[in-house]
Design a protein around this ligand. Structure first.
Ligand SMILES: Cc1cc2nc3c(=O)[nH]c(=O)nc-3n(C[C@H](O)[C@H](O)[C@H](O)COP(=O)(O)OP(=O)(O)OC[C@H]3O[C@@H](n4cnc5c(N)ncnc54)[C@H](O)[C@@H]3O)c2cc1C
Length: 329
């Protein structure tokens, strides 16, 4: 690993991407400070924690081309989790609704490992972590490597240090490429009414994932909505996902709300900005947890001047703005 000793880096955002990057850069010897005025509102802290190439890219045409990327990120998780002390749940995922043949056929077509069981279609390809435990570990490892934490925003780039925008769905003026990122509100409910262990249950309307003392049932996708107030959409989803009796109990659960950042092609912006010493790692849509080890490794390689790997062009942070400039010529 090339040393980053002598490099000074400021990271805006203490979600999974900012923390993973900070931990990896600190480990490589950089002097790192993470800035975030409100880490408790990050999408990372409300997510279900699924690392799910199969169910993210196996079923829908928009995401299918991203399967190799998602799998590459998933395959980085065992060593990343071991390094960071994150517990990895390998129980897989189980589709339990009526379209079992369709799901099995789609998995077969895309070469996704699966097994048709009496209770549904199971895949061992999807993993899971507990976001609360994982965020605490990432922060702890970052601190062990000397990373400093500031509870304020970054409002401008600096000529003296590298500055990384890991601000999720929030565009920042000092990283102009971030203007393409838009928000998608997501609501999820933590309930003790549907205790669940083992594989994540996948239904057509959403999922039921294990959580300490109960389950996480989610999640809504509300494009263009960025407020953090619970609304009726989560109760509509619950009604469709859970049997009526259990649903009524689950309504008493704790609704958690986050906003995902999304780009027009559904993939994050990772790499240099056109602005000097500015970098982006944001807009990971539904897959920020899945992609974190890969994004962190790419950022470390960028700053070290190493090979940034096969996903560099696909995730290039300038891919939308460069196109717009070209068409104006
Ligand atoms: C309900 C829900 C369920 C999800 N489930 C999953 C899942 O199962 N698996 C998965 O992979 N993904 C999931 N996601 C998506 C995932 O949560 C996101 O992709 C991921 O958390 C994005 O991480 P991030 O670090 O980019 O941004 P965030 O976690 O949003 O963090 C960004 C941080 O930047 C801070 N910030 C903003 N502006 C500034 C500034 N100027 N200076 C400093 N700090 C700033 C904010 O305060 C925030 O804390 C889910 C999302 C939601 C909402």
């Amino acid at each position: 690993m090339t040393s980053l000793r002598g490099k000074t880096v400021r990271v805006a955002g203490a979600g999974v991407l900012g923390l993973s990057i900070a931990a990896e850069l600190g480990r490589a010897g950089a002097t790192v400070a993470v800035f975030d005025p409100s880490p408790g509102t990050s999408a990372s802290s409300v997510a279900a924690g699924m690392l799910a190439p199969a169910f993210e890219a196996g079923l829908d045409a928009f995401s299918a081309p991203h399967l190799p990327l998602y799998r590459a990120a998933r395959d980085m998780w065992p060593s990343f989790a071991a390094r960071m002390g994150i517990v990895l749940d390998r129980s897989g995922a189980l589709y339990v609704d009526d379209r079992q043949q369709v799901v099995a056929d789609a998995f077969k077509l895309r070469g996704i490992a699966h097994e048709v069981r009496p209770e549904g279609v199971f895949t061992p390809e999807d993993l899971r972590i507990d976001p609360e435990q994982a965020l605490a570990r990432l922060r702890g490892v970052a601190i062990d490597h000397g990373v400093a934490f500031m509870d304020e925003p970054i409002t401008a780039a600096s000529p003296r240090s590298h500055t990384i925008a890991a601000t999720g769905w929030s565009p920042v003026g000092w990283a102009p490429e971030s203007a393409v990122v838009t928000g998608i509100k997501g609501q999820i409910i933590k309930t003790g009414a549907a205790p669940h262990e083992g594989p994540v249950l996948r239904r057509d309307a959403g999922y039921i994932a294990p959580a300490p003392g109960g389950a996480l049932v989610g999640a809504t996708m509300q494009p263009g909505v960025t407020d953090l107030a619970p609304d009726a959409a989560i109760y509509d989803l619950l009604a469709r996902l859970l049997p009526a009796e259990m649903g009524a109990q689950a309504f008493k659960g704790q609704v958690r709300v986050g906003v995902r950042g999304a780009t027009p092609d559904g993939l994050p912006l990772v790499g240099p900005s056109a602005a000097p010493r500015v970098w982006l790692a944001m807009g990971a849509r539904r897959n920020g947890w899945l992609l974190a080890p890969l994004v962190a490794a790419m950022m470390r390689a960028y700053l070290a001047g190493d090979d940034t790997g096969p996903w560099t062009a696909m995730l290039d942070a300038r891919r939308f703005t460069a196109k717009a400039e070209k068409s104006e010529d």
